[in-house]
Every structure is written in structure tokens, then in C-alpha cells.
Design a protein around this ligand. Structure first.
Ligand code: NAP
Length: 301
């Protein structure tokens, strides 16, 4: 339980509702900032304006997945309030106060560093990334079905990258009956691709492998599907680029060649916001409990 733990949830979208629900269930004292347009309430959670927050009693601050924008503004889907998280605010918190966000940027890194507070980037954790790969794959299947006129079963699907997302994508498309080829650069990845029953190839040979590709799914956040690769693809090929913006595709050249290429960021929040929220809520609540237990042990209570 998180009894008596003071937590401020500042901004965010539908995913944050699962976080609030979980923290309330676990008996935390939750202050909600940026949620005044939310109809339903949560037991133990109080809606407040940013300037009403008592930072000096906060044990944790939970930001949206995006953290802040480059000038410190926090995205608020359920409010019109303009909120900017500042170094001064963080300095008012107790030294053990931890800031949780999905990802980060220079601004957030700087203010937490200068205020000497710990910043936890949940999306950098393997557990969160692996759990999130599940709705990501489901969203990818949806996009492939929507944008092709062939079945996934029997199609030639190429997956680029064998990280946390790439492995899940390759496994599920294989299970749906696609002929799956996976490109990677590390020998151990090539070995794993072989062991999993997919067709492996070295990434530097990508352009020699795309001639019969129906669907190419990229998970590599670097320009891998460049003009020389796109030039060798069949005209009916579909590219679904899952890598973080700007993706790994030369979209300009794909358009010029008439090849459909889609950048598809944030699929978990689009296709399964409730599940995506639960993933964050479960990991966050576990981290908060670990933190609380460590502090109690340190204080001998
Ligand atoms: P990951 O576990 O770090 O995997 C990334 C893969 O890309 C690894 O196989 C890595 O290979 C490879 N890679 C990275 N840089 C490369 C380069 N310059 N050249 C060749 N290979 C390179 O990351 P992940 O969790 O799978 O996420 C992959 C991407 O998807 C990220 O950009 C992430 O933000 C994004 N994502 C998107 C969604 C969505 O909804 N669209 C959802 C979740 C994640 P090495 O091991 O050889 O470096």
C-alpha cells in the first residue's frame, strides 16, 4: 500500500486515468492537476490548480508520458490550464521526491538535475518497453490490415531490428502465417532470428532482400529504409515505420516512388489506452512501493 504517500499527478491523457485509479486504490494521497474537465472523481484524489500544489509535501510527481515540452509545459488533455514545471517548484519538494515521466528532454533533465531530484523515465525500462510491445504489435496488425489488400497469412513480411518491439512484431506476424524475414546487425541477433524460425539477414545487405517484400515494418530509430532500399521494393509494398520520430524511412522518396509509407508513433495509447495506462500504473506503483520500503528501512521504521 501507499498509505500517506503524497503524489501529484500533473497532466496527461487517458492513460493517466489508470495511474490515478491505481494510486487511489493503493491509498496514496493524490493531487490531480490538469484534470478539471474530467467528469468522474477518484476516492482519495483531489483536483487542484497548479499554484495550489504544496510541493514541500510531495513524495512523488507523476508527469505525462511525454514529460514536458522543450520549454517545460506539461500536456493537459483534460484541462485548459497552462502548466509549466519549473526548477523552483522542484526545489521546494523534499529531497527524496522522485519525478516520473515516460520519456525526457533537455529541459526536464536540466531542471531535475539542478534541483537534485531523481528523474525516472519509465519508457526506458525493459519491462515497460516489453509490455508496451504488445499493444504496439496489435496496432501494427490493424494498420497492415487497413492498408493492404492481401492477407497477412502467406505474405512476405520484413521486420527491421530485433529489439523489444522488433522481436514481438516478428513473432506475432510469424504466428499469423506470414513469411517473416528479420534484419539485424549483431551476430547474436542473427543467431536468435534463426533460432526463432525467421529468415535472418544482415542489415547492410537490406537492399538485396526487399525485392519480394509485401510489408516492411521498421523498428530501428535511424535512417535504414533510404532511397537505395526503396528503389528496389515492389510498388505494392507497404512500409509501417514504428521507430520514434522522424522514423527510419526516407518518406519523401517513398512518396515520389508511389510506395505507401506510414509513420505510426504512439500505437499503445491509440489502440489500447486502458492497457497502456495499466502498464504504466503497475510498474509505477511497484517502483513507489520499493522506494517507500527503502526509505522506511533507511529510517529504521
Ligand atoms: P530497442 O529494444 O532499443 O531496439 C532497437 C533496435 O534497433 C535494436 O535491434 C537495435 O540494434 C536497432 N538499432 C538501433 N540503432 C540502429 C542503427 N543505427 N543501425 C542498425 N540498427 C539499429 O527499442 P524498442 O523498444 O524495440 O523500440 C524501437 C523503436 O520503436 C523506438 O524508436 C521506440 O521509441 C519505438 N516505439 C514505437 C512504438 C509505436 O507505437 N510506434 C511503441 C513502442 C516503441 P542493436 O542492438 O544492434 O543496436
Amino acid at each position: 500500500m501507499l498509505t500517506n504517500l503524497h503524489i501529484a499527478v500533473i497532466g496527461g491523457d487517458a492513460r493517466q486515468l489508470e495511474v490515478i485509479r491505481k494510486l487511489s486504490e493503493m491509498d496514496a494521497v493524490v493531487s490531480l492537476v490538469g484534470f478539471e474537465q474530467l467528469d468522474h472523481g477518484f476516492t482519495g484524489a483531489k483536483k487542484k490548480h497548479y499554484d495550489e500544489l504544496n510541493f514541500n509535501e510531495m513524495d512523488a510527481i507523476v508527469l505525462p508520458v511525454s514529460g514536458t515540452n522543450p520549454s517545460g509545459q506539461v500536456d493537459t488533455v483534460f484541462s485548459n490550464e497552462s502548466i509549466t514545471l519549473t526548477e523552483e517548484a522542484l526545489k521546494q519538494t523534499p529531497p527524496h521526491c522522485t519525478i516520473y515521466s515516460g520519456i525526457s528532454n533537455d529541459y526536464l533533465e536540466q531542471i531535475t538535475k539542478k534541483a537534485k531530484r531523481t528523474l525516472v523515465k519509465l519508457f526506458e525500462r525493459d519491462d515497460v518497453a516489453i509490455y508496451n510491445s504488445i499493444p504496439t504489435v496489435e496496432g501494427t496488425i490493424m494498420m497492415v490490415i487497413q492498408h493492404t489488400d492481401i492477407t497477412i497469412h502467406g505474405s512476405n513480411v520484413m521486420v527491421l531490428g530485433l529489439g523489444r518491439v522488433g522481436m514481438s512484431v516478428a513473432r506475432v506476424f510469424h504466428a499469423l502465417g506470414a513469411k517473416v524475414k528479420v534484419g539485424a546487425r549483431k551476430p547474436e541477433h542473427i543467431a536468435r532470428i534463426t533460432e526463432m524460425g525467421f529468415i535472418p539477414f544482415q542489415l547492410y545487405q537490406l537492399k538485396d532482400h526487399v525485392a519480394n517484400t509485401d510489408v516492411c515494418i521498421n523498428t530501428i530509430p535511424a535512417l535504414v529504409i533510404d532511397a537505395s532500399v526503396i528503389a528496389k521494393m515492389p510498388s505494392h509494398a507497404l512500409i509501417v515505420d514504428l521507430a520514434s520520430k522522424p522514423g527510419g524511412t526516407d518518406f519523401r522518396y517513398a512518396e515520389k516512388r508511389g510506395i505507401k509509407a506510414l509513420l505510426a508513433p504512439g500505437l499503445p495509447g491509440i489502440v489500447a489506452p486502458k492497457t497502456a495506462g495499466k502498464i504504466i500504473a503497475n510498474v509505477l506503483s511497484q517502483l513507489l512501493m520499493n522506494d517507500l520500503a527503502a526509505r522506511k528501512e533507511k529510517n529504521g521504521s
